[in-house]
Design a protein around this ligand. Sequence first.
Ligand code: UD1
Length: 433
Amino acid sequence: MRDIRIVGGRPLHGSISIQGSKNAALPMMAASLLHRGVSVLKGCPRIADVFCMEEILRELGAVTWWEDHDLYMDCTLADKTEISGIYTGKMRSSVILLGAMLGRSRKGRLGYPGGCVIGERPIDLHLYALRQLGADIEEGPFLISASCDRLTGGEISFAKCSVGATEQGILAAVLARGDTCLKNCAREPEIQWLCRYLRTMGACIEGEGSDCIRITGVEGLEHGEMEVPPDRIVAGTYICAAAATRGTIIIENPPVDELDAFLEVYRKMGGQYKLKSGKLIADSSGIGYPLSFLETEVYPGFPTDLQSPVMAVLTTISGESYIREQIFEDRYKAAVELNRMGADITVEGRDARIIGGSSLRGCTVTAQELRGGAALVLAALAAEGVTRVQGYQYIRRGYEHICEDLNTLGGMLEKDTGIRLYESIQLPKKLIN
Ligand code: UD1
């Protein structure tokens, strides 16, 4: 387990290129199992969750290799149908492999999925989708077992929008016999990328991006190849880093259309942005307005994954802000740690009240999940003094080079390797005492 040490108090400035999207890459990797041959994801992020999914594919019999950031997956012999709880417990996305295994091998068994502890995170909608297509599912104490004759297309009408369950239904339906209609499905960009990827493989899908996706099953899929899009959550996180320190940054490859709700919130806090030659310039010099009410919503609403990073920014803005977390019931773990740094956040159920403006000070804090961990890094950049963020293993699940990236922008971060890089750098006078 490594920590990150951060010297705060320096506004971020400069240009940055955004890594490939975690939430797009993971379901594309699962989709690659549906072709008995080699598929490639270009610009794939080299992050812990991708490595975990790669490990699972290997466990199933796939051969995988990297060429720089291009991930090759040869699934010719990936015919095993059991994934142990050791792997699935590490990552929630593993559950979508059940639909892919049913499509490919007509059976599958896996341990219950783990992932960030941000709420109860049931999988009832995943299993509902598979049952609607004819899967026979047994939920044991440790393993879920599913089998079918060839899956048969049908109607899947979700009681609630779920990104993962929508992906599950899509992965199961593309090789099913006949037509499937998914209703009230999630509309997140990652679902659209999954459908585009599957179409490169020969799947017959339409309607992604709306709440109704129609799929006509095909007999087999060809190899897949696609560039993984830039990660909208990482882009939002880095803009928040600039906002917390009142800097100006340029995102070289912004996923602009996917950031609308976030950029609207950024603008309300006083941020200004413009697109120039395909780059996004985010100027945070005017950040200073609290948010009277921000609620997280399914896409195209404000993403729950950026709730904690924005909360970190709000701790630096004088006045009262309010957040309501509508997607996950336990996503305020970072608030306790932010309070240890001098923030004033009160959480009641799904609501948080932030009284911002009192200065943050560096101390030792602990990340307990991915995005909350990133929020602590942002607060540390804005804080006086040195902060040690423990729990780097959560942050690296989704950020390939958070320290290097933020250092490129003028931050002072280092992973704790035992060598204190910043001790050789001259600290601002007020930090030395
Ligand atoms: C995905 C994203 C995650 C993001 C979330 C919401 C990936 C790998 N992860 O997670 O980063 O925060 O979408 O945008 O893409 N639910 C049920 N039953 C189910 C499934 C979900 O009740 O069977 C509930 C969840 O508890 C939650 C809500 O539905 O309250 C939304 O969850 P979901 O959209 O499924 O999130 P994930 O796919 O897990």
